[in-house]
Design a binder for this molecule. Structure first.
Ligand SMILES: *Cc1c(COP(=O)(O)O)cnc(C)c1O
Length: 416
């Protein structure tokens, strides 16, 4: 009996070893590609050099750099600043930026600028921050493809779902993403919502007890000042049917110094708070971003990421996989990957759905389930978030399913 068991174990072990070596082979191409994808951590020395250069230009100190108000006040948003900061850029390039800026506003925080290789047109940070001529030749996109104007039952509110809604509190951001879905709201100037409008929005929430989840966004929710934020969160906190509060913000990526002790002491008062941010490329994951995440987590905030799938930035499966893995290392859980919307001026960023599915196909099974967010297409005109999955269920009849595994193996599955 014992001898037989050993024999069985032997063949099982041999079988397992063969399978393990097959699995090991599967990851080799990714590991090779991975070496060529830099992260913010790997770029630390470069980033520091750029920071010194920018500080020199503004005649400022490291202490200034760590002050989010200083960062906002010194956002680079004119061709003159750009030219003076980066003499490597040609006069033509700067004129181009100025020209595009007349149609679509731009501004970049010094911090985000320090992550950027300004002379490299394919740099994923530059693509997100610096205007490009392609923005002016978009004959496909619309101003408001989500029809937010038509799902606005009260000032500042977008309601598209039964139990939750958005409050838009500002149009201001630390950096105006070139792929912004709400660029129609950016306008010429920074505007926070009027106090009277916020009060009316809160009245709407109070009057509708089925609203259990309120998402504060913008713009960037964390560009509200501490005082207003404290007030708004305490108001929401005092509404018994509001079970959770969420903040939509890109500051962990574009202005991590905003996550300071004072802000964290406010956030800590109103649990549960969920923050979804938007990292789109591993190069955005820096020591500063990690510090911001650590502080938020220490204040009891739960962190998630909503990446936007962007052509030329992260539409390659290896980059998206690396991004999600790097996010987990700083305790940010990948939540959604959004298919870029058809917003006027962003056509050059919009990938095909096929490319999106390819990205998803390379995640499930190949890496931790924690690193696999849901891929979402926003249905036009406020139809809502619609999940898109590669075909894992090939057919389903009564109690017979035909499944396709992550390795494309077809298997029959039967239920009683
Ligand atoms: C995205 C969104 C939400 C939140 O959706 P979840 O899938 O719950 O994250 C809520 N309201 C509006 C209007 C939205 O666009």
């Amino acid at each position: 009996m014992a001898v037989q068991l050993y024999g069985e174990l032997d063949t099982n072990r041999q079988f397992s070893l063969r399978r393990a070596s097959e699995l090991k082979q599967k990851i080799v191409p990714y590991l090779e590609k991975c070496l060529t994808i830099p992260t913010g951590f790997l770029n630390a020395a470069l980033i520091q050099k750029r920071r010194e250069h920018i500080l020199n230009y503004f005649n400022a100190t490291l202490q200034d750099w760590e002050d989010w108000h200083w960062q906002l006040k010194h956002r680079v948003q004119s061709a003159n600043d750009l030219k003076a900061l980066f003499p490597q850029l040609s006069a033509e390039q700067c004129a181009e930026v100025e020209h595009i800026g007349r149609s679509f506003r731009w501004a970049i925080s010094p911090y985000y600028l320090s992550l950027m290789d300004i002379t490299e047109p394919s740099d994923p940070i530059r693509l997100q921050g610096l205007p490009s001529l392609a923005e002016l030749s978009d004959d496909f996109g619309e101003e408001d493809p989500m029809g937010e104007a038509l799902t606005n039952p009260a000032p500042c509110i977008t309601r598209r779902y039964p139990d939750r809604l958005i409050i838009n509190v500002t149009n201001m951001c630390a950096m105006y993403c070139r792929h912004c879905q709400r660029r129609r709201n950016i306008g010429e100037t920074d505007l926070h919502a009027k106090m009277t409008d916020l009060k009316t929005a809160l009245d709407y929430i109070r009057a509708n007890p089925e609203i259990r989840d309120v998402l504060v966004t913008g713009g960037d929710a964390l560009l509200l000042n501490d005082h207003t934020l404290d007030w708004l969160l305490s108001e929401l906190h005092s509404i018994p049917h509001v079970e959770i509060k969420r903040l939509g913000t890109r500051v962990p990526v574009t202005l991590p110094m905003r996550i300071n002790d004072h802000l964290c002491s406010i956030l800590a008062k109103y649990p549960p708070i969920y923050i979804n941010t938007q990292f789109n490329h591993p190069q955005e994951i820096t020591e500063d971003a990690k510090k911001a995440a650590d502080k938020l987590i220490a204040s009891g905030v739960v962190l998630g990421n909503q990446a936007v799938l962007l052509k030329g930035i992260n539409h390659q499966p290896e980059i998206m996989k690396k991004l999600n893995q790097e996010l987990l290392k700083i305790r940010i859980r990948p939540y959604y990957i959004f298919h870029a919307k058809n917003v006027k001026g962003t056509r050059h960023f919009v990938p095909s759905i096929k490319e999106g599915l390819e990205v998803m196909k390379h995640l499930r099974g190949y890496t931790s389930g924690l690193a696999v967010p849901t891929y979402i297409i926003n249905a036009p005109n406020g139809g809502g978030k619609t999940p898109i999955l590669p075909q894992y269920l090939v057919s389903l009849k009564e109690n017979q399913a035909l499944l396709k595994t992550w390795e494309d193996k077809l298997v029959q599955y039967e239920t009683p």
